[in-house]
Design a protein around this ligand. Structure first.
Ligand SMILES: Nc1ncnc2c1ncn2[C@@H]1O[C@H](COP(=O)(O)OP(=O)(O)O)[C@@H](O)[C@H]1O
Ligand SMILES: [Mg+2]
Length: 256
C-alpha cells in the first residue's frame, strides 16, 4: 500500500475571489504506518482528507493510491468522521454490515465479518442496539468497525474523537493504538490535538493555516506499551512542548 500526496494545491472560488486553501502539500503513507496531520482549525486538514477520499479534486498536484490516481470515493479508503457517522435507523450490526452490503459480499460472509469486527471493537453485546442507545465512544467504535469491515487499504480518520469527553477520548486513543498494533491497519489521523497525534502516530506532519501547508514533520519514536505512563513521561512532555511552541509561533498574532 502506498498513498502518495504530491504538491497538492487547492483553491476555492474563482478570479479575484479565489482563495488558496492548500499550498504544495506532500506526504507519503505506506502500508502498516500510522500518520497524523495536526493543525489548528482552518489549516486545511479536512480538505486534504476530502481530496484523498475522492470527494473533491486538487487544483494542482496529484494523489495516488498504489500508483493509481484517486478520482472518486472507493471502498479502498475507509472513512471515519467526528460525528453523524452512523445511520441512526440501523442497528450497530446493520451499520457494520452496510459497507459490505454495498460491496455485494455473500450473506454469510457479511454475517461472519460483522460479528468479527464487533468483537474486535469490543461491542459484540451491542449488535442489536441503535446508535442513540450507545455512548459517543461506542458509536465511534462502531464507525471504525464499519470502516474496517469493508477491508480498506487505508483508514482515514477526521477528528474521530473530537466530540467525546476527555476520559472517553483517552480510552479511545488507547483503543485505536491497540487496534493498530493488533490488526496492522494503515491509518491517517487528522486532529487539532497535538497530544493525540504524538500518542498515536509514527509520523506527524504539522500544518499551518492561510494557506494550509505542512510546516514541520517529525518522526515519533516512543515506547507506547503503557499509554497512561507515556502521557506523563518526560520524553513525551518535552516533545509535545517543543512542537506546541512551533505551532504557537505560527498562529496569527490576534489569535494568540
Ligand atoms: N467548499 C469550500 N469552499 C470555500 N472554502 C472552503 C471550502 N472548504 C473549506 N474551505 C476553507 O478552507 C479552509 C480550510 O478548511 P478545512 O480544510 O475545513 O480546515 P480544518 O479541517 O483544518 O479545520 C478554511 O478557511 C475553510 O473556510
Ligand atoms: Mg476539519
Amino acid at each position: 500500500m502506498h498513498l502518495q500526496v504530491s504538491n497538492v494545491c487547492k483553491s476555492f472560488g474563482h478570479g479575484t475571489q479565489a482563495k488558496l486553501v492548500l499550498d504544495q502539500v506532500s506526504f507519503d503513507l505506506h502500508g502498516g504506518e500510522f500518520l497524523a496531520l495536526v493543525g489548528s482549525s482552518g489549516s486545511g486538514k479536512s480538505t486534504v482528507m476530502r481530496l484523498i477520499a475522492g470527494l473533491d479534486r486538487p487544483s494542482s498536484g496529484s494523489i495516488t493510491l498504489d500508483a493509481r490516481p484517486v478520482r472518486s470515493p472507493g471502498s479502498d479508503r475507509g472513512m471515519v468522521f467526528q460525528k453523524y457517522s452512523l445511520y441512526p435507523w440501523l442497528t450497530a450490526a446493520q451499520n457494520v454490515a452496510f459497507g459490505m452490503e454495498l460491496q455485494q459480499r455473500p450473506r454469510n460472509e457479511i454475517r461472519e465479518r460483522t460479528a468479527y469486527f464487533l468483537e474486535v471493537v469490543g461491542l459484540a453485546d451491542a449488535a442489536r442496539s441503535l446508535p442513540r442507545e450507545l455512548s459517543g465512544g461506542m458509536q465511534q467504535r462502531i464507525a471504525i468497525a464499519r470502516a474496517l469491515a469493508a477491508e480498506p487499504k487505508v483508514l482515514l480518520l477526521d477528528e474521530p474523537f473530537g466530540a467525546l469527553d476527555i476520559q472517553i477520548r483517552e480510552s479511545m486513543q488507547e483503543f485505536l493504538h491497540q487496534l493498530w498494533r493488533q490488526t496492522g491497519l494503515t491509518a491517517l489521523l487528522i486532529t487539532h490535538d497535538l497530544e493525540e497525534a504524538l500518542l498515536l502516530a509514527g509520523q506527524v506532519h504539522i500544518m499551518a493555516p492561510s494557506p494550509g501547508r505542512i510546516v514541520r514533520s517529525v518522526t515519533v519514536d516512543l515506547e507506547r506499551s503503557d499509554m497512561a505512563r507515556l502521557r506523563v513521561s518526560s520524553d513525551f512532555l518535552q516533545l509535545r512542548e517543543d512542537l506546541a511552541q512551533s505551532l504557537r509561533s505560527l498562529e496569527p498574532a490576534g489569535r494568540r
